[in-house]
Design a protein around this ligand. Structure first.
Ligand SMILES: NC(=O)c1ccc[n+]([C@@H]2O[C@H](COP(=O)([O-])OP(=O)(O)OC[C@H]3O[C@@H](n4cnc5c(N)ncnc54)[C@H](O)[C@@H]3O)[C@@H](O)[C@H]2O)c1
Length: 353
């Protein structure tokens, strides 16, 4: 079996919780470098994952190493573009976390560069490897829903604004708030299940109400709290979003909140078809409602680790040259969707896509 040598750039939360565990399990992967601007973060990874060979703070060292076949880009959103472009130009294959980057035009450039360099570029829209999403996509392809005419989704939490001082709440670094961070997963999986729906027109509103005065914001817990810096950190991103999208297939309506003054967490997607419908609990299982028998069924199955599956598929595509479902070509429409939603919110008008 041929081995793929990788360098991982960015040793933060997603690296530690998802990709280092997955890459450590894959027998045909050699992890030559763990890279982080903060050496201690890379060192913590090396302590935990014995396959990691070397620690570096400058990713260009890995790019100039001819042994490195592929680079994992697990940095904040605004860094995705530069590291990915540099890696592709150095002849490396790239796996880049979601969202592709902070806007659609730069996402297109990344896609064009991958094409030009004839290298794989996959994006971490991991839900496409979630077993429930796979089953729903298959059921739709096999006509179980009839015509899916509308999809509704909710990704609302009571208190989930990330800590100040990191990239997630700084628009210049993240590209946006709850829409680009959480919405990307929901909207991407919807377009995927619908069979690659193409956008027609849409309208969207975003709000930064809960976070407009972070010093007054009361919370029970905060993720990314290790970056919390209430003195100098900024929050200029959306913490609530609502929108309506028309595609060549179904229409989609949605609400998302990093925080709201309703103490519930609603994270699900409803698919409404003329023969049947389904409610997908985000990250979990789904119930199918049959319109002709009026029965409901929640299928039983194991939910394998989606990160392991997406990493295995990426490594395999590097070896075979075959594009897989997370290849950037198949994810660009999701980036165009996010961009268009933010544009509509900015001008507060419906826009044609
Ligand atoms: N697919 C998912 O489920 C999922 C979940 C969480 C995060 N993410 C995505 O993963 C990315 C990282 O998120 P995170 O939560 O791990 O963030 P994080 O802040 O915990 O980690 C990012 C790391 O990148 C490092 N870094 C920044 N610039 C660098 C550079 N030039 N060279 C080397 N290292 C650099 C930082 O020091 C930090 O350690 C984001 O794009 C986020 O949207 C995806």
């Amino acid at each position: 079996m041929k081995e793929v040598t990788v360098a991982v750039v960015g040793c933060g939360r997603i690296a530690e919780s998802a990709h280092f565990p997955a890459l450590s399990q894959l027998e045909n992967v050699r992890i030559k470098y763990a890279c982080d601007l903060i050496l201690e973060k890379a060192a913590k990874i090396k302590e935990k994952f014995s396959k990691v060979e070397q620690l570096i703070t400058d990713y260009k060292i890995a790019l100039s190493d001819p042994e490195v076949d592929a680079v994992y880009v697990l940095t904040p959103n605004y860094v995705h573009y530069t590291v990915t472009m540099d890696a592709l130009r150095a002849g490396k294959h790239v796996f880049c976390e979601k969202p592709i980057t902070v806007n659609y035009s730069m996402s297109r450039e990344m896609s064009d560069e991958a094409e030009k360099q004839n290298r794989m570029l996959n994006i971490g829209v991991c839900n496409r490897y979630h077993k429930s999403v796979e089953l729903l996509e298959e059921m739709n392809r096999n006509g179980k829903f009839g015509n899916i005419y509308h999809v509704y989704c909710s990704f609302r939490a009571f208190r989930s604004i990330p800590g100040l001082g990191g990239s997630f709440t700084d628009r210049a670094q993240s590209g946006g708030g709850v829409l680009i961070d959480w919405g990307v997963h929901y909207l991407d999986l919807i377009l995927y299940i619908l069979g690659g729906a193409k956008l027609k027109n849409l309208t969207c509103d975003t709000y930064c109400e809960m976070a407009k005065n972070m010093k007054e914001y009361k919370y029970r817990s905060m993720w990314a709290e290790d970056t919390k810096n209430t003195e100098t950190g900024v929050n200029d991103v959306d913490d609530f979003v609502t929108g309506y999208i028309r595609t060549d297939k179904a229409s989609i309506s949605f609400n998302g909140a990093w925080a709201q003054n309703v103490d519930i967490s609603d994270t699900y997607v409803d698919f409404l078809g003329d023969k049947g419908g389904a409610r997908l609990s985000y990250g979990g299982k789904f119930t199918f409602f049959d319109g002709s028998t009026l029965s409901a069924e929640t299928p039983e199955y194991e939910i394998p680790n989606m990160y392991l599956r997406e990493d295995a598929d990426f490594i395999n595509s590097v070896l075979t040259g075959e594009k897989t479902r997370n290849h950037i070509d198949y994810v660009l429409e999701s980036a165009r969707l996010l961009d268009s939603l933010y544009k509509s919110a900015e001008i507060r008008k419906e826009i044609e896509c």
